[in-house]
Design a protein around this ligand. Structure first.
Ligand code: GDP
Length: 327
């Protein structure tokens, strides 16, 4: 049993600023802003190719390949895109630079949309969502933002601080809970994460809470221990709530690019990941990693983190992303 439980906040309180960003921008505008750094390097090069290409030849495709690799789309995914475009070009089915760009957008969008299986929805609440991933990727921050985002959708939320390894994670989540006006259940540092989850799941069920968001630990140096712990948590959740966890979101830091993809593979193998949250998209020129994730992990990107504030979480849209990236 957790040593103590803290409950605060009221589900009647709306989160403070989450629903009213200082600057009201359209969704597409916010996505554009989030991928500014990637677009600056990528779209500029694409524009040059578009402007200089009358006939789509090997030189144009080489240029495109280099632009894709720089944005961290990755060798495998880039090769697939290039092969498809090369086939079209061979059949002389690409009229010029502008059409090449349209086809590129179509390719990338198709790749992002391919793994878009929806998350399982429980017949009865609560829906249980685990946030998993390596430390520092933004799990705790994303748990808080997600709680606020769901509150904005008129859903009731309970946060569970199951990263009991780090005292700071518990304190940090507490701050997010207060800000977003949701309740949180915690235990002391070093406490059993499965026990605190048991309590949180029981409370969420008893109170008919819509969403239980579980922030988990992510230390890497005891990988097998961590995976055992996640497994125990999965079993605990399933015992109390049929089908739980309904969603396991792997939080990935976009700034780590292809290295992050390697770490992600370990989690997807063991933790039953159903979707990705790609954080820190605002701070990187490697936004192309979203395409590599979808293609190589065959997992949908569900949300992107675009800053450190509560409202800086966007539901992912392949269309908006491709538009923001390629122009
Ligand atoms: P955890 O160890 O996985 O729980 O990671 P934290 O939630 O503690 O986040 C690590 C750092 O990343 C913190 O300084 C966060 O403010 C920062 N962070 C998280 N998400 C984003 C994001 O989308 N954009 C930016 N710029 N920073 C982020």
């Amino acid at each position: 049993m957790p040593d103590f439980i803290t409950l605060f906040g009221s589900q009647d309180d709306k989160p403070e600023p989450a629903q009213e960003p200082e600057e009201k921008q359209g969704f597409f505008g916010r996505m554009r802003q989030a991928v500014t750094r990637t677009r600056e390097s990528f779209a500029t090069r694409i524009n040059d190719i578009v402007a200089s290409t009358r006939e789509v030849d090997e030189a144009a495709l080489d240029e495109l390949e280099s632009a894709l690799l720089t944005s961290d789309i990755g060798v495998q995914t880039t090769t697939e895109i290039l092969n498809a475009l090369r086939n079209r070009a061979r059949q002389q089915a690409i009229a010029g630079g502008a059409e090449l760009r349209d086809l590129l957008k179509e390719q990338i969008r198709g790749m992002l949309e391919a793994p878009s299986q929806p998350a399982a929805e429980p017949e009865q609440p609560p829906k249980v969502t685990f946030l998993v991933g390596v430390n520092g990727t933004g799990k705790t921050t994303t748990s808080g933002k997600l709680a606020a985002w769901l509150r904005g959708q008129d859903r009731t939320v309970l946060l569970c601080a199951a990263d009991t390894f780090r005292a700071a994670a518990i304190e940090q989540l507490e701050v997010w809970a207060k800000r977003s006006g949701v309740e949180m259940i915690k235990t002391r540092q070093g406490g059993d994460p499965a026990a605190v989850l048991y309590d949180a799941a029981s409370a969420a069920k008893a109170r008919g809470i819509h969403d239980l968001i579980v922030d988990t630990a992510g230390r890497l140096h005891t990988k097998s221990g961590l995976m055992d712990e996640l497994d125990k948590m999965r079993r605990t959740a399933a015992k109390l709530i049929p089908g739980a966890p309904h969603e396991v979101l792997l939080v990935m830091d976009a700034t780590t690019g292809q290295n992050g993809l390697q770490q992600a593979r370990q989690f997807t193998q063991f933790a039953g990941v159903t979707g990705i949250v790609l954080t820190k998209l605002d701070g990187t020129a490697k936004g192309g990693i979203a395409v590599a994730i979808a293609r190589e992990l065959n997992l949908p990107v569900r949300y992107v983190g675009v800053g450190e504030k509560m409202e800086d979480l966007l539901e992912f849209s392949p269309e908006a992303f491709v538009d923001a990236l390629v122009g």
